[in-house]
Design a protein around this ligand. Sequence first.
Ligand code: PLP
Length: 380
Amino acid sequence: MIYLDNHSTTQVDKRVLKKMIPYFTEKFNNPHSQITIHNQDIIFQISEARNKIAKLIGAEKEEIIFTSGATESNNLAIKGLKGHILRGKNHFISLNTEHKCVLEALRKLEFEGAKVTILKVKKNGLIDADEVYKNIKKNTLLVSIMMANNETGVIQPIKKIAKICKDKNVLFHTDAAQAVGKIDINVKKMNIDMMSISAHKFYGPKGVGALYIRRFPRIRLSPLIDGGGQEVNLRSGTLPVPLCIGLGEAAKISMLTLKKEKIKISVLRDYLYKGLKTKIKNISINGDTKNRLPANLNISIPGINSELLIKSLKNTVISSGSACTSSSVESSYVLSAMGLPKKKIDSSIRIGIGRFTTKSDINHAIKDITQTVGKLRVNG
Ligand SMILES: *Cc1c(COP(=O)(O)O)cnc(C)c1O
């Protein structure tokens, strides 16, 4: 298998797994019980994991809340503000290319009386910070704009937008599931108030994530899950210790490798694009080519149905869009939101290079994709 679908999920790094394993078996004690010699290492490791995540994004460990993933983090950041709506500030701003969990969480809040403005991205998938500025009102509570898109990989001007929000006294949240561990992030320098993280997007395990919540001045959030009061009352339930430790280890590894990995991956991505372009006529890139994740390539291949292409590939795993919607063969709402014509959308593929991709993988993928496109064109 040549795995080039790293935006949908990534393989757990073996170093991450190794760190996790003891915490399933011999070190299984409850981290929330009274401290004994049996669980003190577990408590320490959880704290260390928090530390590593915080370090990667320029935060403090007290600002990291463990969740089940970016879906939950996004829901907590948005729905957690429910109490504020009742107290007056009730306007939310977001983007039409956001992940479904952001858009659906906002839709739920609309039923509770929130006013929601969904901004439209430009043809290149980006939003101008100025557009956000113009839409902020007196009663705007939160702006939620993703850092990097999961389909096109475009990187929004988060620093500019967050600064505007700070100046206007509006909270700023970003879904950084695709960005953490892939590009440099510093929540303090970037004025980010809340940020969602998912472990399985950067070589950690599935089922765990985090929400960074700025500590000062305090942001009042109501929990989605009530109970024993874990995670400073924001997310009750026993922590999934091995998963939390895995997320921490993934963060530590990214911290050490980010700089080199960015370059290595973008070189492979450009090599892949070049290879495809010389062999397949008229392919074009969707989304801004400059402000984009190093790993991402989203291209249209005219005359090809992408669903058919993906199914017909022998060894190469790629996709046509977000994992959660592609089972229902619904065409990409992200590309549609960018104003791409249906024909172009239905011929688009998303490729995501990863940590474990080699040049030989890329050569195989070029061959596989080129040959399959050739066959489909003859048969079609
Ligand atoms: C994957 C992803 C999510 C969902 O993350 P989970 O941890 O799988 O819940 C949310 N937003 C973006 C941009 C993603 O890529």
